[in-house]
Design a protein around this ligand. Structure first.
Ligand SMILES: *[C@@H]1O[C@H](CO)[C@@H](O)[C@H](O)[C@H]1NC(C)=O
Ligand SMILES: *[C@@H]1O[C@H](CO)[C@@H](O)[C@H](O)[C@H]1NC(C)=O
Ligand SMILES: *[C@@H]1O[C@H](CO)[C@@H](O)[C@H](O)[C@H]1NC(C)=O
Length: 335
């Protein structure tokens, strides 16, 4: 801890981190984070980050990559930081909406069953989009969860800068911007929203719980980060955040455990955790499968005690003008 105290970080952030260090020891055994063998080493890894890297000047931009997908190039094009707006030599089309997808800790943009690939496929099934997947795997796959978390705001700053360039200082096509983040990527999306004024929409897909649930709103995703924030909870209380933090929070199948997940899911929760982006990808082309109703609890929903007056679609086609609150639904379809 003495190492950390030498650094000019605010007491508030430190407090949030101290809280979460204490909390780590309560994480139910066998969560996805522990299964990577990093749980007990987190404090050490975190210290090492401060020892061996110049935290303030570490060049985030050298380690974060942006892949653009359009219908004309569904394989993806790496955006070139040397071009003023980074899109000059690509098939980016300013008439089409911008979807930014941010993976979680240990995620990448390329994996076949990752949050990027699934949603890219679904979007192009439906129409023309500029889908930009943020690849921060150099920050995410070979470092501990705590170190990744400590860098999340730096990654967000870089994303905010890049989006500013792509949208010509937030003037061209900015109104269509929608940022989608899974797990820790959901909190990074929130920090991007703190860095840019009036991001129209952020979607948090099972926002990470470990080390975030004791944080103040400015140190995690919350509804002040964008004009509209929708959340899909699929592993709430384990890997996923267990409270409502958006304008609309969706709790499919109660929000804690998802059907069609193997037995190992009970321990790790990872199948339920990734179900959030499977649902999202499905919602893009099959909104009718996910009609959700406002209700006070899953128990009331199951007991048929919800007022069915307020319903909306979970996922891409959510009615942003609908009643804010907690929504529940049963899902039959995942992919
Ligand atoms: C990136 O853009 C710069 C400036 O236009 C150009 O010189 C460079 O070759 C480009 N890099 C790649 C990999 O295309
Ligand atoms: C964007 O803002 C920066 C800094 O204020 C300015 O230097 C630049 O010329 C602006 N670019 C455009 C395209 O408006
Ligand atoms: C639901 O819809 C009704 C009718 O439109 C409305 O009066 C009510 O306030 C809404 N809100 C909730 C939380 O049920």
């Amino acid at each position: 801890m003495s190492v950390i105290l030498n650094y000019p970080i605010t007491i508030k952030i430190l407090f949030c981190m101290l809280n979460v260090f204490v909390y780590t020891h309560d994480i139910s055994s066998g969560s996805a984070y522990e299964s990577n063998g990093l749980d007990d080493g987190q404090e050490n890894d975190y210290d090492n980050d401060f020892l061996y890297e110049d935290y303030e000047t570490y060049q985030t931009s050298k380690h974060v990559f942006y892949w653009l997908y359009t219908r004309d190039d569904t394989d993806g094009q790496l955006l070139n930081r040397s071009e003023p707006h980074m899109i000059e030599s690509t098939t980016y089309n300013e008439d089409n909406p911008i979807k930014v997808i941010i993976h979680g800790w240990l995620g990448t943009t390329q994996e076949k069953d990752g949050v990027c690939s699934y949603n890219v496929k679904s979007y192009f099934k439906m129409g023309d989009y500029n889908v930009i997947c943020v690849d921060w795997k150099q920050y995410s796959t070979d470092i501990s969860y705590s170190v990744a978390k400590a860098r999340a705001k730096h990654i967000a700053k870089d994303i905010a800068n890049v989006l500013t360039r792509i949208t010509y200082n937030l003037t061209i096509n900015f109104y269509s911007l929608h940022i989608i983040g899974h797990s820790m990527g959901a909190h990074i999306a929130g920090f991007v929203g703190q860095d840019l004024p009036d991001v129209p929409r952020i979607t948090g897909l099972d926002p990470a719980k470990p080390k975030y649930d004791k944080c103040d709103p400015e140190d995690r995703l919350d509804k002040t980060d964008a004009i509209f924030v929708d959340i899909i909870h699929t592993n709430a209380g384990q890997n996923g955040f267990d409270r409502s933090i958006g304008h609309m929070d969706f709790y499919p199948n109660g929000g804690k455990k998802q059907p069609n997940c193997e037995k190992g899911d009970k321990k790790s929760g990872s199948c339920s955790h990734v179900s959030s982006y499977h649902y999202y990808a499905h919602s893009i082309w099959a909104k009718g499968d996910y009609i959700a109703y406002i209700c006070s609890s899953w128990e009331d929903y199951e007991a048929n005690m919800c007022d069915k007056a307020n319903s909306t679609y979970m996922g891409e086609w959510v009615d942003m003008k609908g009643e804010y609150g907690d929504y529940f639904l049963k899902t039959e379809v995942r992919d």
